[in-house]
Design a protein around this ligand. Structure first.
Ligand code: CU
Length: 402
């Protein structure tokens, strides 16, 4: 790779020097003599201009063909037509409209650029017209983009507002998404549908998200490593971060919100397709088959090397981190399960409440141990230790969920 790069650089340098000497020749004198002393003009003739004019059209055709080829070859995006949330369709529409507009403007302006360059190519009897400005033209190319862009921005703004607006009387459930290097903790608000207050100072043992256990609303809160959601029900996510800036990204639901240390951010959405339904969609089935074909090919090599074969891939919604937050950022993910409300309730009822978990942890053991240090969170490695400054900064702010 390095030798190829060096070769390319040397070749480009050579071309640059060759072009420079040509320019130098031109500026020295317009009369250039060939080796046998014959006069050779370096000024472009009508024939040269015609050739360049047609080459321009050739280049325009190349751009068009390349664009069409790319759209056909890579334009099929099964996941872009399968938004799994109510507002997802609006986001996708916005995306398609923007893409369509960009494609049209690109095709049209490129045509204008090449067409006028061709029509006004150099000719012996033609003299270039000089003019410093043209008000009419400038009005046209200012007003049209202003109208189009304003339309796009307003459309985006209204879409955003309708997504972000949660009415007071709406029937919603509150779920906390807690980010830390490098994993997610999910907290459900329990029967009272109210998340207990929380602060990073209260993190201890099973209380991995720092819930203030003196808050009555906190007792029935429930912690989980997986994010389960009932289909067709609006969920209001309250996002917090323990350490650095993270971003909760739900790609299949077209949702993303930053998790900022020291404050609570919010995003609301309604999942519309259960995990099971999504797995049965033909687009997803073919995608999964493709992945598994690659995996089985890869497994043959692995087995030959005496290693374990890869397990088959099954589609699942994922929650990812979309801010580069440290060394293991790439692996900061959690499984999302969208299920019927009945299944969801059954799953949620099976979880112990935080009040129970904390009481259990604090219950006197058979052997009274000397002061037990706080157990690290299940997935906390060296990375997850807060530095003292961060700790201080966080504890000065009262971080209250909801
Ligand atoms: Cu992260």
């Amino acid at each position: 790779m390095t030798s190829l790069l060096i070769f390319v650089i040397v070749a480009l340098l050579g071309i640059a020097i060759w072009q420079l000497t040509k320019i130098f020749d031109l500026t020295n004198s317009t009369k250039v003599y060939s080796e046998d002393g014959e006069y050779k003009s370096e000024v472009a003739t009508d024939k040269d201009n015609n050739i360049n004019g047609y080459l321009l059209f050739g280049f325009l055709a190349f751009i068009y063909i390349l664009t069409i080829y790319c759209c056909v070859k890579w334009g099929y995006m099964p996941l872009l037509d399968n938004a799994a949330s109510e507002h997802g369709k609006d986001v996708d529409n916005l995306m398609w409209i923007s893409l369509g507009l960009i494609l049209f403007v690109q095709a049209f302006t490129q045509f204008l650029l090449h067409y006028f360059s061709f029509v006004n190519r150099g000719r012996k009897d033609k003299k270039a017209l000089y003019f410093s400005d043209n008000d009419k033209l400038e009005m046209i190319w200012t007003i049209i983009p202003v109208i189009v862009l304003s339309g796009l921005i307003l459309y985006g703004l209204f879409t955003w507002n309708s997504i972000m607006n949660v009415k007071e009387d709406e029937d919603v459930i509150y779920v906390e998404v807690y980010a830390k290097q490098f994993g997610w903790d999910i907290r459900y608000s329990g029967d009272d549908n109210t998340l207990g207050k929380a602060n990073v100072r209260f993190i201890e043992g099973v209380n991995a998200t720092g819930v203030d256990m003196s808050d009555p609303n906190a007792q029935d809160d429930k912690l989980s490593k997986e994010l389960h959601l009932p289909v067709g029900k609006k969920v209001v996510f309250k996002m917090r971060s323990q350490d650095v800036l993270h971003s909760a990204y739900f790609p299949h639901f077209r949702a993303q919100m930053n998790c900022v240390p020291g404050m609570v951010t919010q995003f609301a959405m309604t999942p519309t397709i259960t995990t099971e339904e999504m797995r049965e969609r033909p687009e997803i089935v073919s995608k999964v088959n493709k992945i598994n074909k690659l995996r089985s090919e890869r497994s043959v090599d692995l087995v030959a090397k005496g290693e374990e074969a890869l397990s088959p891939y099954v589609f699942d919604y994922v929650l990812l981190c979309n801010k580069i937050c440290g060394r293991s950022h790439y692996n900061m993910q959690a499984k999302i399960v969208v299920q019927s409300e009945k299944e969801f309730k059954k799953w949620l009822n099976g979880l112990p409440t935080l009040g129970q978990q904390v009481a259990e942890e604090k219950a006197p053991k058979a052997e009274p141990a000397a002061e037990t240090p706080a157990a690290p969170a299940p997935d906390a490695g060296v990375e997850s230790k807060l530095d003292t400054n961060q700790m201080k900064a966080d504890s000065t702010k009262v971080v209250a969920a909801k």
